[in-house]
Design a protein. Structure first.
Length: 226
C-alpha cells in the first residue's frame, strides 16, 4: 500500500492496491512510524516518516490557509477537497499532522516543519481555548509547542538496553533517538563514539554532557523536568 515516491493507497484486495490515500491515511501512518522509531531506534521508520511528510507537503498543503487539504492533488475524488480540523472520536488529520511536524522538526532540525506546524496551531488557537472538547489533539499540539521538549539520545553498543530501561517510565512529550554506529540523522550526527555508550539529555536541542549510566541519566532527567 506504499507505492513509488511514497504515495499511499487506501485499499488493498486481491493483490492490488487502489484508491489514493487521504490526509488521515498519511498523518496516522506518519505518527505510527515516528512511534515505531522511538521504541526500536530503527532509522528506516523515521526516514520513511520524513519522506511521507515531504509527499504530504508537496501534494496536500494549502498555502492560503496554512493547513492541509483532506485529499491531495493525486486523489481521484476531488469532492473530498476539504480541510479537516475538528477532533472527534478520532483526532483530525490536521492536528495529527501538526504534531508530526513538531516531532520531525526535532529529529531532522527542519525549520520549515516547525514553521508550518506553528502556523497551523496559530490558526486554531482561539478554538482550542474556547472549544477544547472538539480540539483535544490541538491542545496536545499546543502543550508540545509551549513546553520545552526533552530529547534523550543514546549512542553505542548498549543503546537498546538503555532505551528499554528509560522507556519503562512514562515521559510525556519526550523524544528518544539512538544508534550503534555513525548516523546522518541530524539529532544523532557526531554523537557516536566507538566502544562507548553515551546517554545525552537534551532540552530544546541543547544537550548536557553525556553520561554512561542509567542512574546518572535518570538523575539529570529528574532535575531537567523540574
Amino acid at each position: 500500500m506504499l507505492g513509488e515516491n511514497f504515495k499511499l493507497y487506501r485499499c488493498y484486495k486481491n493483490g492490488r492496491a487502489t484508491i489514493s490515500g487521504f490526509l488521515d491515511d498519511y498523518s496516522f501512518t506518519i505518527q505510527a512510524f515516528i512511534s515505531l522509531y522511538q521504541v526500536t531506534l530503527d532509522e528506516n521508520w523515521i526516514i520513511t516518516a520524513n519522506s511521507l511528510t515531504s509527499f504530504v507537503i508537496d501534494h496536500f498543503f494549502n498555502e492560503e490557509s496554512g493547513l492541509f487539504y483532506f485529499s491531495g492533488s493525486s486523489n481521484d475524488n476531488k469532492l473530498s477537497q476539504k480541510t479537516e480540523i475538528h477532533d472527534s472520536v478520532i483526532p483530525s488529520s490536521n492536528s495529527t499532522m501538526a504534531l508530526n511536524l513538531y516531532y520531525l522538526y526535532k529529529f531532522f532540525n527542519n525549520i520549515s516543519y516547525r514553521e508550518i506546524a506553528q502556523n497551523m496551531l496559530n490558526s486554531q488557537r482561539l478554538n482550542i481555548y474556547q472549544y477544547i472538547r472538539f480540539y483535544a489533539k490541538w491542545g496536545i499540539v499546543e502543550l508540545f509547542s509551549s513546553k520545552p521538549s526533552i530529547e534523550i539520545v543514546i549512542t553505542g553498543s548498549q543503546y537498546l538496553a538503555c532505551l528499554n530501561e528509560l522507556i519503562k517510565e512514562f515521559r510525556p512529550g519526550m523524544l528518544f533517538a539512538g544508534c550503534n554506529s555513525e548516523s546522518e540523522l541530524p539529532i544523532l550526527k557526531n554523537r557516536y563514539v566507538k566502544d562507548k555508550t553515551f546517554i545525552y539529555i537534551c532540552k530544546n536541542n541543547t544537550c548536557k554532557l553525556p553520561v554512561e549510566t542509567i542512574d546518572k541519566a535518570k538523575n539529570i532527567l529528574m532535575k531537567t523536568n523540574n
